[in-house]
Design a protein around this ligand. Sequence first.
Ligand SMILES: NC(=O)c1ccc[n+]([C@@H]2O[C@H](COP(=O)([O-])OP(=O)(O)OC[C@H]3O[C@@H](n4cnc5c(N)ncnc54)[C@H](O)[C@@H]3O)[C@@H](O)[C@H]2O)c1
Length: 293
Amino acid sequence: MQTMKGRTAVVTGAASGIGKALALGFAAEGANVVLADVEPEPLAAAEAEVGALGVDALGVVTDVTDADSVHALADRTLERFGQVNMLCNNAGVGGGGLIKNLQLVDWKWVIDVSLWGVIHGVDAFLPHLIAADEAHVMSTASVAGLMANPGLGPYNAAKYGVVAIMETLYLEMERDPVADVGVSVLCPGIVRTNIATAQRNRPDHLRRQRSDDGATMTPEARAEARRRNDRIAAALAEEGMDPADVAAKVIQAMYDRRFWVLSHPELLADVNHRNHRLAQLENPTLDSAFGTD
Ligand SMILES: NC(=O)c1ccc[n+]([C@@H]2O[C@H](COP(=O)([O-])OP(=O)(O)OC[C@H]3O[C@@H](n4cnc5c(N)ncnc54)[C@H](O)[C@@H]3O)[C@@H](O)[C@H]2O)c1
């Protein structure tokens, strides 16, 4: 992007964490911001915070798992601002457990939000980004989209998918004779956000039924799930990067038209370990700070 001043940014998952930091970051660059989130009250608070920076802010309650809801978000954006220049498909939820203990609702919820949310964003907004004077789309994946760690099956699957979609889109936009759309993928390490309580937004029909739990989760599996959650929450609070620093890296990458955005580039050592094993056709081994087995 040459400039963000007076342009329009759309951020999903904007009521909290990395999304809220992105919304504030775009506002600091002088962009008008559309904040989309499924949680109405924190969304209204974030909208007010962004508006206080002197730009036009619009909060739109949106469920990224629902294509119609994301298309309605695009319509509201176009009605209010006439165009969209920066899109961040950022909403995502974490949840895990060893695959042997998972139920289909666990896969469905994480993949609906973290993978289908990105697909819906691209589907609803790409034509408008292509039509804009200048545009950039970023989706939030994770280091879990570059290497697979135990205990995070659905999350790894969703985030590998997000990286694949954005890599494909980058190559397609680079070759496109008409479009001027930059493409980035954000692969954060640990960031200080509310992701450890992501279950707060899990819809009732995708929650585990108690009777199912009893049938499939042994006390040992239950204790393991609790330990994993506690470890993640503690790591986020103690070691997590400030989301504002992550947002600054994303915004700089948009100016520089860079594809890869890593909050913790030192984690590439783990990714390289995985890729080296692949290059040698050797079986995977775990050599990572994220190991949860
Ligand atoms: N925090 C980390 O350490 C970390 C690491 C790697 C990747 N990420 C990714 O960063 C992104 C942002 O997460 P965060 O860490 O800021 O967490 P967060 O929980 O603080 O924020 C996520 C936001 O997404 C919203 N959301 C959840 N379901 C939604 C839905 N169906 N539709 C619309 N909005 C929805 C939540 O209400 C919340 O406001 C996610 O994609 C996450 O996977 C986070």
